[in-house]
Design a protein around this ligand. Structure first.
Ligand code: ATP
Ligand code: MG
Length: 201
């Protein structure tokens, strides 16, 4: 079973992100180059804390109970959207994302605990350092080079000016253990467990 741990995005923030996707799709270079980007279904927008990939029953249930334990030790915190960014770079575009700010220390601490729970459950350490983001779109494999270049260049210019309003934030009160089923129409997510951040101290 393919799984990951994530923070869900409330409907009103998803609306802001969906509007951003719509605006981006209408940029001249993107309007003409529809074969370059694959957009995240707005219902699926989320903030990944830890991607596990294929999981077996044993490690999965150990992880799930570990998540409940650590969630109980964390207090709710606030997050907010910042700016448009990308992996790997604007000249080698793979993932187009929206960055996260505000109580990043709380987010980092939570993610670090998720990572240690994952390792104790038997998963190999995550090699990449945590870089919190919400994926808006991914580049299509083997997209035509000139179209990819035109799209990336347009996005780079747009990203320089694009900042989300300071009001676009939300309170995180739980984390989710999610199942992902890949399919032709994109990934289908279903919630395996919800763990409340219940430390009110
Ligand atoms: P699709 O693969 O169809 O584009 P998806 O990426 O949304 O859909 P998954 O591949 O199951 O679905 O990934 C679930 C989440 O985990 C996504 O947020 C994805 O960006 C993240 N993720 C996937 N693979 C990795 C990886 N190797 N390292 C870190 N995060 C990953
Ligand atoms: Mg994927």
């Amino acid at each position: 079973m393919r799984t990951f741990v994530a923070i869900e995005i409330p409907q009103d923030v998803k609306k802001v992100l969906r509007a951003e996707q719509d605006r981006l799709r209408e940029l001249p270079a993107l309007r003409d180059q529809r074969q370059v980007l694959r957009w995240t279904n707005p219902d699926n927008l989320h903030l990944t804390l830890r991607f596990l990939g294929e999981t077996e029953t044993g490690p999965r249930s150990r992880l799930q109970s570990g998540l409940a334990d650590i969630a109980a030790r964390h207090a709710p915190f606030r997050l907010a959207l910042t700016h448009l960014g990308c992996f790997r770079s604007w000249t080698n575009l793979r993932v187009l994302w929206v960055g996260i700010r505000s109580e990043r220390e709380a987010l980092q601490a939570l993610q670090a605990d998720v990572e240690s729970v994952a390792q104790r459950a038997g998963f190999a350490p995550e090699r990449n350092s945590f870089s919190p983001h919400i994926t808006l779109a991914r580049t299509v494999r083997n997209a035509p080079r000139p179209a990819l270049r035109a799209t990336s260049e347009q996005l780079r210019r747009y990203a320089e000016e694009d900042l989300f309003q300071s009001g676009t934030g939300w309170s995180v009160g739980e984390l989710h253990f999610i199942r992902s089923v890949l399919g032709r129409g994109g990934a289908q997510y279903s919630n395996l467990a919800t763990c409340a951040l219940s430390n009110r101290a």
